[in-house]
Design a protein around this ligand. Structure first.
Ligand SMILES: Cc1ncc(COP(=O)(O)O)c(C=O)c1O
Length: 385
C-alpha cells in the first residue's frame, strides 16, 4: 500500500466540475487580476472569521511581510517570535530591517512559551525596544487566544498572528466564538496548496479589524498606490489572482467539512496508538473535537527509537512523512549574525530531532491510517529485536 503525506488529487476528483466551471468563467471574463472573485473571497473569509477586513495577497509570506511593514516599527526594533516555525515568519522581520528575538517553545505542543515571552517583556535589558510579537498557530492548533489578547493589552506590543497553518481554528472566549488570527492587530493566512484551505498555486490573505491598517495594507499590495500610478510610498506587487480566488471560493464552502474530517482522522490515530500500545513510545497530539485544533499537520514525537530511522522505515513501506522542522530558525546560516548558538533553545532543539509529521488530509482512509500505525509498531518491534 502507498500512503502519501498529502494528496490533492483526491479532492480535485470531487470538486473538478465546479472548479473547471469557475475557471472557465474567469478566463472568459478577461479579468484575471483583482476582480470579483478576489473581492468575493475576501468578503467570505471576513464573514467566516468574524473580522472587519480581509485582503488577498500573493502568499502567506507576503501577508506577513506587508503586515510587519504596515505596523511602522522602527529600524532595529525587536520582534519576538518562535524559532520552531516556517522560515517566512522570521524573514518578514529581517526583511523589514527589524530583529527577531527568539523565545523557546513548550514541550507540550511546540507553541512559543508565553511564560517565557512575558519574562522577556519584563526583564530583557533592551525591553523598551521590543515592539512586536509574531505568535504562530502551529500545525492547525490555535494558541491560547485569551492570553495573547491579555499580553497585547498589558505590554502594549503589536501582535501579528501568523495563522498560515490554522485557518478555522477557534476558541470560546466569554461565550463568543473567536477565530485564530483575529485577536492580534493583524492576522495572516496562507493558501499554499497543502494548507487546509489550499489553492492551486501560491496565495495568501491578511485580516484585521483596524480600518486604517486595512487601507494601508491594501495600498501596500499594489506598490503603495491608493490611486493608480500615484504612489504614496514604496510597496509591493502582491495580489491574489482571480484564478486562485475562483478556486478558493469553492473550497471555503467545504472548509468546515474538511476540518471535521481532519478531526476524525486525529481521533482515529489516537485510538490506533492506544490499541497498539504505542503510548510509551510515541507522543501524539491530543484528540480535540472543539475545533481549537484543525489538524493541518499531525506531528508525533518519538519518546524512544530514532526519528530518522523511523522515517526511512516508513518510506520503505510506501508511507510519506515529513519533518517540521529539521532546523530551528536560530540555527539557520542566514541568521548567523543574530548571534544565537544551537543550544540556546533546548526544547526547539529536541523537537527538531524527534518529531515527524504523519499523513493527514480529509480524504485519508481508515485503512491507510491503520497501515501507518501498524508499520510504526513494526518499526519498534524491529528496533527492540
Ligand atoms: C507558519 C507559516 N508561516 C508562513 C508561511 C508562508 O506561507 P506561503 O507558503 O503561502 O508563503 C507558511 C507556509 O508555508 C507557514 O507554515
Amino acid at each position: 500500500m502507498k500512503v502519501p503525506l498529502f494528496d490533492m488529487t483526491r479532492q480535485y476528483e470531487k470538486l473538478r466540475k465546479e472548479i473547471l466551471k469557475n475557471l472557465d468563467a474567469v478566463f472568459a471574463s478577461g479579468r484575471v487580476i483583482l476582480g470579483d472573485n478576489v473581492k468575493m473571497l475576501e468578503e467570505n473569509v471576513q464573514k467566516y472569521l468574524i473580522t472587519k477586513h480581509a485582503i488577498g495577497v500573493a502568499s502567506g509570506s507576503d501577508a506577513l511581510l506587508i503586515a510587519v511593514k504596515a505596523l511602522n516599527f522602527e529600524k532595529g526594533d525587536y520582534i519576538i517570535t518562535t524559532p520552531y516555525t516556517f522560515f517566512a515568519t522570521a524573514s518578514s522581520i529581517t526583511r523589514n530591517g527589524l530583529k527577531p528575538l527568539f523565545v523557546d517553545i513548550t514541550e507540550k505542543d511546540y507553541d512559543i512559551d508565553l511564560g517565557k515571552v512575558e519574562d522577556i517583556l519584563q526583564n530583557h535589558p533592551e525591553k523598551e525596544k521590543i515592539k512586536g510579537f509574531i505568535p504562530v498557530h502551529l500545525f492547525g492548533k490555535s494558541m491560547d487566544l485569551k492570553r495573547l489578547k491579555q499580553i497585547k493589552e498589558k505590554y502594549g506590543i503589536k501582535i501579528i498572528e501568523d495563522n498560515a497553518q490554522s485557518i478555522g481554528a477557534r476558541e470560546q472566549i466569554d461565550g463568543k466564538e473567536v477565530y485564530a488570527g483575529t485577536v492580534g492587530d493583524v492576522g495572516t493566512i496562507s493558501f499554499f496548496p497543502t494548507k487546509n484551505l489550499g489553492g492551486y498555486g501560491d496565495g495568501g490573505m491578511i485580516i484585521t479589524d483596524n480600518d486604517d491598517l486595512a487601507a494601508r495594507m491594501r495600498k501596500l499590495r499594489v506598490h503603495g498606490a491608493a490611486k493608480k500610478y500615484h504612489h504614496d510610498e514604496v510597496g509591493f506587487n502582491s495580489r491574489l489572482d482571480e484564478v486562485q480566488a475562483a478556486i478558493l471560493k469553492i473550497k471555503l464552502k467545504e472548509l468546515e467539512k474538511y476540518i471535521e474530517k481532519r478531526i476524525k482522522k486525529a481521533e482515529n490515530y489516537a485510538e490506533l496508538f492506544k490499541k497498539h500500545n504505542l503510548e510509551d513510545k510515541i507522543k501524539y497530539p491530543e484528540a480535540k473535537t472543539d475545533k481549537s485544533h484543525v489538524y493541518h499537520q499531525y506531528v508525533v514525537e518519538l519518546k524512544k527509537g530514532n526519528r530518522d530511522r523511523l522515517k526511512d522505515f516508513l518510506k520503505e513501506k510506501g508511507i510519506g512523512t515529513s519533518i517540521y522542522y529539521p532546523v530551528g530558525l536560530h540555527s539557520q546560516e542566514c541568521f548567523k549574525e543574530l548571534g544565537y548558538s544551537e543550544d540556546d533553545f533546548p526544547v526547539t532543539q529536541h523537537a527538531t530531532k524527534t518529531t515527524l509529521a504523519l499523513p493527514i488530509f480529509p480524504e485519508l482512509k481508515k485503512k491507510e491510517q491503520e497501515y501507518v500505525v501498524e508499520n510504526i509498531k513494526k518499526y519498534f518491534e524491529e528496533e527492540e529485536k
